[in-house]
Design a protein around this ligand. Structure first.
Ligand code: NAP
Length: 301
């Protein structure tokens, strides 16, 4: 097994690390991972709503207010920061590109020394509809000349929560993704990898393709069946039928085209990225999907 490239930056005095989106689902886990190795007084979080981060403040983490839609807040939020983890925001592509561009400009203005960014699998080539956001942000970061690490997160296992709940309620596994493979891994793995890069040395100007072992929809359903102790039938349908089934399942109208586009992207191989970069960063491979699903099903039960 490869050893993690993990020399804790926390051992260097006065290095300030900042995490954006620290009150989000991924950010919360990143901060918890960092607090295991980095003294709390070297850690800063930039959040939209500081009240949500009160628990972190109580543990000695500095909480700053920063909103990607209000660049003036970012100049203050990023002041004096050496290493920044920019966690991508949510929303439509145009909004996210604008928000991320604001954050990158503020990091440059604040003379941040290193930016890690949560990108998407194969961002520079990918055809999936989400890719333009990540291509544009990676490019904006490269253009600053600041040392970077692009954390190209493949696909959260937790993205499948709705479908897993459907299966638990008796539905089949419905997909229009065909034989496209996905490198699913639990959010926890992506969070630990991000923490390792932010708090470690030797990650300047790197790209990590963070993929679990690649699986088809059928393999995923079989692993879920193993966890649930029942057969999970797979229904491969076309995009139109998939959209109808999602509508029938109560998915809001505005979400349906997004889900269809994701299925199409997977079908086209957008997430089929084979890589052992998790192992390089964590010193272990990504959590196998059977293990991740057992945990997720436990949380959902
Ligand atoms: N690869 C994948 O499978 C996958 C799947 C889903 C999402 N993602 C990406 O990964 C990101 C993190 O995932 P997640 O599950 O942690 O999502 P999440 O819980 O929705 O976290 C998004 C974070 O972005 C912050 N944010 C949103 N708009 C902002 C703004 N204008 N200014 C500053 N911060 C803002 C949110 O702040 P608040 O805490 O104030 O809400 C939140 O902390 C997502 O936003 C998305 O870009 C990747």
């Amino acid at each position: 097994m490869l050893q993690p490239q993990y020399i804790n930056i926390g051992e260097e005095q006065n290095v300030k690390l900042l995490v954006t989106g620290a009150t989000g689902k991924l950010g919360t886990k990143v901060v918890e991972a960092l607090l295991k190795t980095v003294p709390a007084d070297q850690l800063v979080v930039s959040v939209r709503n500081p009240e949500k981060a009160e628990g972190l403040r109580a543990r000695g983490v500095e909480v700053r207010q920063g909103d990607f839609d209000r660049p003036e807040t970012l100049a203050t939020a990023f002041k004096g920061i050496d290493r920044l983890l920019l966690i991508s925001a949510d929303g439509d592509n145009e909004t996210r590109i604008r928000q991320h561009t604001n954050a990158v400009a503020a990091a440059q203005q604040a003379q941040v020394g290193f930016i890690a960014y949560t990108s998407l699998g194969n961002a520079s080539e990918s055809s999936i509809f989400l890719a333009p956001v990540h291509r544009a942000t990676e490019e904006a970061i490269r253009n600053t000349g600041i040392a970077y690490s692009f954390l190209r997160n493949n696909w959260y296992l937790e993205n499948e929560t709705g479908s897993i709940q459907g299966v638990m309620a008796g539905a089949p596994w419905v997909t229009s993704a065909g034989s496209g493979k996905v490198g699913w891994a639990p959010r926890q793995d992506f969070a630990e990898a991000a923490a390792a890069v932010l708090a470690g040395n030797g990650h300047e100007n790197t790209i990590y393709e963070l993929s679990g072992t690649l699986h088809t929809q059928e393999e995923f359903a079989a692993a879920l069946g193993g966890v649930l102790g029942k057969d999970v039938p797979v229904q491969q349908v076309d995009d139109e039928t998939y959209a109808d089934i999602m509508k029938g399942a109560g998915v809001p109208d505005f979400v349906i085209p997004i889900l269809v586009a994701i299925q199409k992207g997977i079908r086209d191989g957008a997430l089929e990225v084979e890589s052992n970069d998790f192992e390089k960063l964590l010193g272990r491979p990504a959590t196998p999907i059977s293990e991740g699903l057992a945990q997720l099903v436990k949380e959902l039960s």
